[in-house]
Design a protein around this ligand. Structure first.
Ligand code: 26V
Length: 822
């Protein structure tokens, strides 16, 4: 079968370059921009030259798109996000410009392998997980569906840490993605803005004693400097800008201090500025709480707003029209301080009164909530907030007065409800609630799956929803099919093109045409062949990197995502232990060979998550070496799970594990990537799994376990995990084995506490769902045994995933929230 080749695309993008001409361009870039000659160039130099060649093409479109948006007076979307988990960009750009094969040929003629150099491109890992990756998919989709947009974030020097596994334990190492420079970005020194911290607020009054305005005199000042990366959409239709801010000192060196002999002190300013954009916080739930995090949030929020205001003023000369020309989106509460900052800029800098400024603010902002976990809801101690941002503290109080007034006027809220909608938490330590601030300052608040949105209305935002019932809406997440199908799975893409033509490349819903082919034996065989090749690729990677041999004809059962107790990797591992026990006790049964893959990072301070990684590795060590299992079950923990690893693992999966405690996973997007690549899901009725089930049909997914309501009921009636465990012999035995040190003979007590947590409270209902999960796994085995049936289901999954394209999601945001055409 042939790989997707650009020459077959229906409307060849751009010029669909001739490989010979491309090769000449690459050589020229190598010589004049990298400063090397082919005879001395390293593989890395070839990579840089190749990126520069594709970048040149992107720039032409970039300039054009930017000018058009300006000339048309188009409304722009500004996506504020502390995280953009982009991964590699080169292949994405080749795919979207339709020049993958030309580039491969051009490089080949120069004796360079595209696959070799593209593997050298570092991942831009400026995010933790789902929230950051969603921002990256959205950037690509906004360019694709022609929405003029800017992403705003921080240019972290150290993104997400690199994970190594030493003796089964996670070890965190700094990721230095900028070490060899970054050919994608453009530094814009001229685009820099001052960011203040601390200091005092002065009230200026008129001669007759009326308050005229407030002037904030910050004690510290730092510069935010812009770095721009072009983001190209499918077929190069539009190129948008990802603008990342980097901290720079106003005075790089305090010369007086230096000359007075304090050489270290003289660099103080420089270090402070550097710290702001130094490192991404690697926790995606535990309260960060640290001052540096709040500084980062304010730093990028104010720089972005100043940039937006400057652009708006230069085009329209006034700010009352801001909501008509700018939609500013808050990706979670991380940029929520922008609500207070926009008010400050409008009032204190541009002289607009509170009522008008508040109206502009609300009509401009929209906010997405990405989690209901109480520990992930941001709040800041009032004393810290007040010390760093004294003027914003006053503004928060002013907003609070406003919404409490509305609550009292509009609804007959009781004291408890009033205290719940307040922007200030008053129980115990006083804190600023960023979720309430984002809600109050936005005209739209959305959840990321139907279930999550309903739960938002019933839980965190119940009272604010009662006060402002028109604001909460749902926008189910999506993924970009360019990266998560066309680019990462050329085999499947080629097969689909052969079978149903090219329409799905531009209209992903055309994948539906595959549905009828599920009954076609010859198509099923080809489909199985593609999956097999993808599994072989993963198998050789695991052999090469980890020295573990796995059989590509076994079922590849994969759980890859952040390690979190609510995501229940533990449930999966315990089930593997129970299965291991069964295989040993009943070797005569006809077991279906499986390889269970795990991958994911734990927050460095999250003790149990790190212990779960160690457990997966300990269990793997024992099972993989046990001749009694005879290769029927293998466990592999793949280190350093990131976007690039995902691109290899998603296409190679037979079974996708989406087994969070119902009600806890806001959406999930890995679940969508797997299904689009032809894996069947085993999952709970949580997040977007609910909607995946609706799309693919009940027969093509394995659903098990308690529903959200049942989880709540069980908790309400006093859940007793010990009784549940004791009534399940398989579960008891597995827990006893782990607890007694069968998998940790070097430290038999290693998992005592982790296991006793399950007996004592089992917050995430692992025990309650265990039997249902094990039963669902045996049902999975039964279907797997019937290979044509399995592949037919897998084909139905691919055929019915069109709705989960982030193009659909972005069109909904555009039409229903941002009010821009798409
Ligand atoms: C929260 C915090 C809390 C303070 C410390 C730093 C930090 C960093 C990130 C976060 C956000 C975590 C929320 C998150 O990633 N949610 C995920 O969003 C995905 C996209 O909507 C969704 O698919 C996942 O279900 C959801 O867990």
């Amino acid at each position: 079968m042939t790989l997707a080749s650009t020459s077959e695309l229906p409307r060849p993008i751009l010029e669909n370059p001739d490989p010979k001409a491309l090769a000449a361009e690459i050589v020229k870039a190598l010589r004049y921009r990298v400063g090397k000659d082919g005879s001395v160039a390293t593989q890395f130099d070839w990579l840089t030259a190749s990126i520069l060649v594709v970048r040149d093409r992107i720039i032409d479109h970039w300039v054009k798109a930017t000018k058009e948006a300006y000339d048309e007076g188009a409304k722009r979307v500004y996506y504020l996000s502390l995280e953009f988990l982009i991964g590699r960009l080169m292949r994405d750009a080749f795919t979207n410009l339709g020049m993958m094969e030309s580039m491969r040929d051009a490089l080949g003629s120069l004796g360079v392998e595209l696959d070799v150099i593209s593997a050298l491109e570092p991942d831009a890992a400026l995010g933790n997980g789902g929230l950051g990756r969603l921002a990256a998919c959205f950037m690509e989709s906004m360019a694709t569906v022609d929405v003029p947009a800017h992403g705003y974030g921080i240019r972290y020097v150290n993104g997400m840490f690199r994970q190594e596994i030493h003796d089964g334990w996670q070890v965190e190492l700094p990721e230095t993605w900028l070490d060899h420079g970054n050919p994608w970005e453009f530094e814009r020194r001229e685009r820099s803005f001052e960011v203040g911290f601390g200091g005092t607020v002065e009230s200026i009054t008129t001669k007759d004693g009326r308050l005229e305005r407030h002037v904030w005199r910050p004690q510290e000042r730092i510069l935010a400097v812009a770095y721009d990366t072009p983001v190209v959409g499918w077929r190069g239709n539009r190129v948008n800008t990802l603008r990342l801010w980097s901290g720079m000192p106003v005075d790089p060196i305090l010369l007086d201090t230096f000359n007075a002999g304090d050489h270290i002190g003289a660099l103080r300013e420089s270090n402070k500025a550097d710290a702001l954009s130094r490192v991404l916080y690697p926790a995606d739930s535990s309260p960060a709480g640290q001052e540096l995090r709040l500084r980062q949030e304010y730093f990028f929020s104010t720089a972005s707003l100043q940039d937006i205001i400057q652009r708006h003023l230069s085009q329209y000369g006034e700010l009352h029209s801001l909501p008509d020309k700018a939609a500013i989106h808050l990706n979670d509460t991380h940029p929520a301080v922008a609500v207070a900052e926009l008010l400050r800029l409008l009032m204190d800098v541009h002289g607009i009164d509170f009522d008008a400024a508040w109206d502009i603010t609300k009509r401009t902002f929209a906010y997405t909530n990405h989690t209901l976990l109480p520990e992930a809801l941001e709040s800041w101690p009032v004393p810290l907030f007040e010390r760093l941002l004294p003027r914003h503290m006053q503004i928060v109080y002013a907003i609070n007065a406003q919404i409490l007034l509305e609550a009292r006027a509009k609804a007959d809220f009781d004291g408890e409800q009033i205290s719940r909608i307040s922007l200030i938490e008053e129980n115990g330590e006083r804190r600023v609630r960023m979720g309430n601030l984002a809600f109050a300052g936005s005209h739209s608040i959305n959840g990321v799956s139907a279930l999550h949105t309903e739960l938002m209305k019933e839980t965190v935002f119940a009272d604010l929803h009662q006060l402002y019932p028109d604001r909460i809406n749902n926008k189910t997440n999506g993924i970009t099919p360019r990266r998560w199908l066309i680019q990462c799975n050329p085999g499947l893409t080629g097969l689909i093109r052969e079978a149903i033509g090219d329409r799905f490349l531009d209209d992903i819903n055309a994948l539906k045409d595959l549905d009828t082919l599920a009954d076609d034996a010859s198509f099923r065989e080809k489909f199985a062949g593609v999956k097999r090749a993808n599994k072989e690729r993963l198998a050789s990677l695991v052999l090469e990197r980890q020295g573990i041999k796995v059989d590509p004809s076994a079922m590849f059962d994969i759980q890859i995502k952040r390690i979190h107790e609510y995501k229940r990797q533990l449930l999966n591992i315990i089930e593997a232990v129970a299965l291991y026990d069964q295989i040993r006790s009943h070797p005569e049964r006809d077991w279906m060979p499986r390889v269970k893959f795990f991958g994911g990072k734990a927050a460095p301070s999250y003790h149990n998550a790190k212990l779960i990684i160690k457990l997966a590795n300990d269990v793997a060590k024992v099972i993989n070496r046990d001749p009694a299992v005879g290769g029927l079950l293998k466990i592999v923990f793949v280190p350093n799970y990131n976007v690039s690893t995902a691109e290899i693992m998603m296409p190679a999966a037979d079974l996708s594990e989406q087994i969070s405690t119902a009600g806890m996973e806001a959406s999930g997007t890995g679940n969508m990537k797997f299904a689009l690549n032809g894996a069947l899901t085993i999952g709970t009725l949580d997040g977007a799994n609910v909607e995946i089930k609706e799309q693919v049909g009940d027969d093509n997914i394995f659903i098990f376990g308690l529903t959200t309501e049942e989880v709540a009921e069980r908790r309400a009636e006093g859940y007793n995990p010990r009784a549940v465990i004791e009534s399940s012999p398989e579960l008891s035995q597995a827990l006893a084995a782990i607890s007694s040190g069968v998998f940790s003979p070097d430290d038999p007590n290693r998992y005592r506490e982790l296991m006793s947590g399950l007996y004592d409270h089992d917050w995430f209902m692992v025990a309650a769902d265990f039997d249902a999960y094990a039963a669902a796994q045996r049902q999975v085995d039964a279907v797997w045994r019937n290979s044509p049936e399995w592949h037919a289901k897998a084909i139905h999954n691919v055929a019915r995933m069109g709705w989960f394209s982030s193009d659909r999601t972005i069109r909904q945001y555009a039409n229903e929230i941002w009010n821009v055409p798409a």
